[in-house]
Design a protein around this ligand. Structure first.
Ligand code: ZN
Length: 595
């Protein structure tokens, strides 16, 4: 039999064995409707099910976005896998022997890399777990967990472990143990467990930390979240992203809690791993936690496969408001209902559940306010309901609302909020349109220090605010050197943070900037004014603008470098350093030729 026909045979075998209903049900809540099954489409945002699966034909089709295919295409698209990877995944699930298929080199490399990362993480989890359970040097860690009320059962369920401190286990405890198991150090580094030293050699990333393995929905360990045991910073640290770990998609606890969430049709979001585990200890199991980021669109999309409503549980401090504000557009866009529960001042989920029991948390969840109202209340508290306060509230709300892409939802929110503010929807929306926004600009001049830049620089700043996704490109081209100043620095440092969080959006930038800052004001006004003719909307136009900026940056950089070189030449001439002078002149010649 040729390898092609063998592969065809296996493909058919997998197709016959794999049940598309079962496979899709893992991630989409399906309901029987006649001979079909229907549910909410995992490939586009919707509130009424237009996604339908046909068990006879073993295919799916979405009437909303037109996505369709068989069990293979579903697994590929949903998990972002290549065909061979999807085949392998399904064969594994249905225990069908898969002879080594003929893969392209790139596919094979990708699969091997992922498998290796899974293996490294799995073994590391076992090492940390065993160390916590058995080592005399882990006594502190065990005491700490006991003191915080983490039961032995929870330690087991979450496979909690301990990464020892350097005084008892040295700097490469886990790295060396993994290496002894013949796992390549490059993979250990890629998994984020080992960090390369400047002068060669490796040391452990996680030291003296309680280790929470982070599992994907198939239960494979993809990363770790570590909480420092002693003093030291950062208090919480997660593995860096890797081929198997995407922070913006992964939720801690989803693997353990997916059934509980599915049964309740509700998910509770808490901020930290410990909060989640401690709630679980008290029997509250429909909880997940993002991993050191605010909730992303992908998180919400993932949760939508398990539940209808998400409740955010925050400590009574202001960080919660920021996080909530940031997530509003995503909930709107994904059409998932969200409510916010706030813990009383001075409480965290742990202390609260200890004092009031699981019933206390249930009460908070039941009384949680809808996300939109929560945000409004917070803004009203922050700005007050004076005329000026209302203007500021309108601006913030417009920002939030305009990020959602459902027009019905949007107009509902506009009428809702304008009612609360005692203005007409038209007045509310006025700021969103170009005409009246221009009038508003006179009332509130933009942040002075950004406004003072010459036209070209300002164009660049405005471009970065409206299209922050181009920030990395422009950064590489030296934008920081060409546009100096404190205000710009603040802007860039926010963009840097957002780039790391994978959240380079204008809205993200707005909320990341400090409240009341001139930069934030500038950004808000620019976003409300939108494109007053100078900035384009279609992709090609934006790309052209970016090219133009890059070209200008290049020219400016060259001029700056040239001027710096000339200054050096003058200095060398004055000091009579002939060797240096010759070198510099040669350099100048070289640059001149390249221009
Ligand atoms: Zn769809």
């Amino acid at each position: 039999m040729t390898s092609a026909s063998l592969r065809e045979e296996i493909k058919n075998k997998v197709r016959e064995t794999a049940d598309i209903i079962q496979v899709i049900s893992d991630v989409v809540e399906l309901k029987k409707a006649g001979t079909r099954f229907t549910g909410l489409c995992p490939f586009h945002a919707e509130k009424t099910p237009s996604f339908s699966v046909n068990p006879q034909g073993q295919f799916f089709h979405c009437f909303g976005c037109g996505e369709s295919g068989d069990v293979f295409s579903f697994v590929m698209k949903y998990n972002r896998l290549s065909f061979p990877e999807a085949l392998k995944e399904l064969a594994r699930r249905y225990q069908i022997d898969l002879p080594e298929p003929r893969l392209s080199d790139a596919d094979r490399k990708r699969i091997e890399e992922r498998e290796l990362l899974y293996k490294v993480n799995k073994e590391a989890a076992a090492i940390y777990q065993q160390y916590l359970a058995e080592s005399p040097d882990a006594a502190n860690a065990r005491q700490y967990l006991e003191k915080r009320g983490v039961s032995g059962e929870a330690v087991k369920a979450f496979r909690i472990g301990y990464a020892p401190d350097t005084s008892s286990a040295g700097w490469n405890f886990v790295t060396s143990r993994l290496q002894v198991m013949k796992l390549p150090v490059a993979a250990i580094e890629k998994a984020g467990l080992a960090v390369q030293k400047d002068r060669g050699g490796y040391y452990d990333r996680f030291r003296d930390r309680i280790q929470f393995p982070i599992m994907n929905v198939s239960g494979q360990v993809v990363a770790f979240g570590g909480r420092i045991l002693g003093e030291g910073q950062p208090k919480y640290m997660n593995s860096p992203e890797s081929a198997v770990f995407d922070k913006s998609r992964q939720l801690f606890g989803l693997y353990q809690h997916r059934e509980a969430i599915r049964q309740r049709r509700q998910a509770l979001i808490v901020e930290g791993n410990f909060d989640l585990v401690l709630l679980a200890v008290h029997g509250i199991e429909y909880v997940v936690a993002p991993l050191g980021t605010a909730l992303t669109k992908q998180h919400i999309r993932t949760l939508r496969g398990y539940c209808d409503e998400v409740v955010l549980l925050f400590d009574g401090d202001s960080a919660g408001l920021k996080a909530a504000m940031r997530s509003v557009p995503y909930f709107l866009a994904e059409q998932v209902d969200a409510r916010v529960a706030v813990l009383p001042e001075g409480h965290d989920p742990d202390s609260y559940v200890r004092e009031k029991g699981p019933g206390g948390i249930e009460d908070l969840v039941n009384q949680a306010s809808p996300l939109a109202e929560f945000v409004f209340d917070q803004l009203a508290r922050q700005y007050g309901m004076t005329l000026d306060g209302k203007n500021r509230i309108v601006k913030e709300l417009q920002q939030i609302i305009s990020a959602g892409d459902d027009t019905v939802q949007r107009s509902l929110m506009v009428s809702h909020f304008s009612g609360m503010l005692g203005i007409t929807p038209a007045q509310f929306e006025a700021g969103m349109t170009k005409g009246s926004a221009a009038k508003q600009q006179k009332v509130n001049p933009p942040g002075e220090n950004l406004k003072k830049f010459p036209r070209k620089q300002r164009q660049l700043i405005d471009f970065l605010i409206l299209y922050p996704e181009y920030f990395p490109l422009l950064l590489e081209a030296g934008v920081e050197k060409i546009v100096p100043g404190q205000g710009v620095k603040n802007l860039f440092s926010c963009l840097n943070v957002l780039a790391q969080e994978g959240n380079l959006t204008p809205e993200g930038l707005l909320v990341a900037l400090p409240e009341e800052s001139a930069e934030r004001k500038y950004v808000a006004e620019l976003l409300i004014l939108g494109d007053q003719g100078s900035m384009g909307n279609d992709e090609q136009q934006v790309q052209n603008m970016c090219d133009e900026m890059l070209h200008w940056l290049h020219t400016e950089t060259r001029q700056q470098d040239g001027a710096a070189l000339q200054k050096q030449i003058n200095e060398a001439q004055q000091s009579g350093d002939a060797d240096l002078l010759m070198k510099l002149l040669a350099r100048k010649q070289e640059i001149g030729e390249n221009n």
